[in-house]
Write a protein that binds this ligand. Sequence first.
Ligand code: CIR
Length: 272
Amino acid sequence: MMTNVNTPATPVFAFDAAIVRLPSKSVVSGLRAGDGGDPDYAGVRAEHEAYVAALGEAGVAVTTLGVLEGYPDAVFVEDPALVYPEGAILLRPGAKSRAGEVCEIAGVLRDHFTTVLELPEGGYVEGGDILTTPKKVMIGLSSRTDVAGARALQKLLAEFGRASEIVETPADVLHFKTDCSLLDQETVLSTARLARSDVFNGFDVVLTPEGEEAAANALRVNDVVMVGADFPRTIELLDKRGYTVVALKTTQIGKIDAGLSCMSLRWRRASR
Ligand code: CIR
């Protein structure tokens, strides 16, 4: 078993490296549950560009991958893999149209990580269902992540010295992290519908204001919390609680059920 290099003194949101992928023109055909219309390609590009700049400003060295026209959702690099200082894990998306994204990202992960584990065949997991907290990795079951995949992932996480727990995602919610994010080592931002399940026992929970549920997919990176700019009440709430909020537009990616965590894989390099 590897030693977990995340000592309590190092927050799990201390990142110095990230991988992103430029959105393809085909992003307008990205998967979505609702019918709020197609996103606008130029708008997605602009949102992505501002996001990458914000990662850089937060102190992260960003590796940018090229477009993959054959995979409309490939800009959401969070889903085909998991990354930790100890190594990377290649996942298996539950969405058929996204299965090929794993091979497409494997090479760059092998360039960055000495250890790259693979989810064995037989189960599905998408990174959007994984919330990494200081004490454990939470694996949300959803339409994209099943029990077989979650159990297999638990074994791989154990090789990294990481405890994990399988939890439920509310019905009709795409991913576990669609409804929550980590604000600091003890605090999560959650929708009321997810918090109701008591999944966050032992955490301080900040609830998203009614009508701003989509703000729950925020992203803590080092000293800042990135929050969707369309959610002013959430921004005010977090600001009042003393967080340094960076507001980023997510209007276009929101049309294909995405938020701020989806567009990057983030980690802290083990050698630091
Ligand atoms: C999908 O349905 O797969 C994409 N349209 C959105 C993925 C969002 N990913 C994430 O929350 N990690």
